[in-house]
Design a protein around this ligand. Structure first.
Ligand code: NAD
Ligand code: AHE
Ligand code: ZN
Length: 375
């Protein structure tokens, strides 16, 4: 079938809107009509050429919501008409990782997904007779896409697509990093570095976890108001603090008899390895946990003095907020519908597909939190 897609033909070049061909679902696959997709910084990361796994041409996009229109042989968990959120972290419930109960990083199809292919090693998308790569197993920058059955979460059908698409990445990543990965307890002190589409969701996760002190750090002064909107208690402008940022943050977290200072939990939501170091080093001696969420370019490496770890600070990472997609995503949709979490104010721009490049421009200029393309 013909579908409309924003195609990434080359790194560093704008997406091109084209009519491309999509084959129907094979065994254990589903065809989904994508109704809306967010634009995440990770799409920009791959489009920029910084992603060591980046492949071109590809149909990017991994933060979608839509409706199942057809299922391939063997599919039992969803049917045409079901509302679904595509999962870049699938949940097969059978692989050693899923069965371990220690991680959400299902390994059933990761190898082919990383090669931009469906699990049978082929692509369903093509343009002028040549295959186009899938992206993160999702390719939501097309109005129809094919996904493995294990990579869709069935969600309630009264939830608006143009809001819940954000649960496909940003919301789940931010809130999940707090609840699943860090397991923040009430009364905690936390620092969030980078108050964009992910960082603001970390802040609302911290509010949900009843953290006492939520310090937000960003270079963009406009982000102060944004952080406060979701529960941030203090803001630090990283540009103004300069080299004094870590001692300043440590000082801010000193309280009563505890004059050592440092946060119980810190979160990197920038993808900058220097910030990741600042985040670790502003943790409390003995127990502070720093969670890396940001994705860093090919070749970038993190460093710190081993002493930071010897003295009890812990460095962790999280993908998709530690969420098991088919199990947890429907619950997060319920939290949104029950007003336990907010999404609407973070969606600052709604765009039609032909204007998708504007969404990337807004991100570069720091003018959007989330842009959502509605088909
Ligand atoms: P964004 O562009 O919306 O936000 C980034 C924020 O960081 C901006 O507010 C920016 O001003 C701020 N920032 C940049 N450099 C900074 C610095 N040196 N100090 C302080 N603040 C700084 O991006 P996003 O969509 O929120 O994504 C954030 C990161 O998370 C990206 O690296 C993205 O690829 C990654 N990500 C990871 C996962 C995961 O599962 N681990 C999921 C989604 C996104
Ligand atoms: N391809 C990159 C890694 C990108 C990455 O870490 N992606 C996150 C999700 S970011 C969503 O916006 C993730 O899920 N990682 C786990 C995985 O299996 O990819 C690189 O550096 O190679
Ligand atoms: Zn993302």
């Amino acid at each position: 079938m013909d579908v409309r897609a924003a195609v990434a033909f080359e790194a560093g070049k704008p997406l091109q809107i084209e009519t491309v061909q999509l084959e129907g679902p094979k065994a254990f696959e589903v065809l989904v009509e994508v109704k809306a997709t967010g634009i995440c910084h990770t799409d920009e990361f791959t489009l920029s050429g910084a992603d060591p796994e980046g492949l071109f041409p590809a149909i990017l996009g991994h933060e979608g919501a839509g409706v199942v229109v057809e299922v391939g042989p063997g599919v039992t968990s969803v049917k045409p008409g079901d509302h679904v959120i595509p999962l870049y972290t699938p949940e097969c419930r059978q692989c050693p990782s899923c069965l371990s109960r220690k991680t959400n990083l299902c390994t059933a199809i990761r190898a082919t997904q990383g090669k931009g292919l469906m699990p049978d090693g082929t692509s369903r998308f093509s343009f002028q007779g040549k295959p186009i790569h899938h992206y993160m197993g999702c390719s939501t920058f097309a109005n129809f896409t094919v996904l493995p059955e294990i990579a869709v979460a069935k969600v309630r059908d009264d939830a608006p697509f143009d809001k819940i698409c954000y649960i496909g990445c940003g919301v789940t990543t931010g809130v999940g990093a707090v609840l699943n990965t860090a397991k923040v307890e009430p009364g905690a002190k936390a620092i969030v570095f980078g108050l964009g589409g992910i960082g603001l969701n970390v802040i609302q996760g911290l509010r949900l976890a009843a953290a006492d002190m939520i310090i937000g750090v960003d270079l963009n002064p406009d982000r102060k108001e944004w952080g406060e909107r979701f529960g941030m208690t203090h803001f630090v402008n990283a540009k103004e603090a300069g080299k004094d940022l870590v001692p300043l943050l440590v000082d801010m977290t000193k309280k009563g008899a505890d004059q050592i200072g440092g946060a119980d939990y810190t979160f990197d939501c920038t993808g900058n390895v220097n910030v990741m170091r600042q985040a670790l080093e502003s943790c409390h001696r003995g127990w502070g946990v720093s969670v890396i969420i940001g994705v860093a370019p090919a070749g970038a490496e993190i460093s710190t003095r081993p002493f930071q770890l010897v003295t009890g600070r812990v460095w962790k990472g999280t993908a998709f907020g530690g969420a098991r997609g088919r199990t947890d995503v429907p619950k997060i949709v319920d939290w949104y519908m029950d007003k336990k979490i907010e999404i609407d104010p973070m969606i600052t721009h709604i765009l039609p597909l032909p204007e998708i490049n504007k969404g990337f421009d807004l991100m570069h200029k720091g003018e959007s939190i989330r842009s959502v393309v509605v088909y």
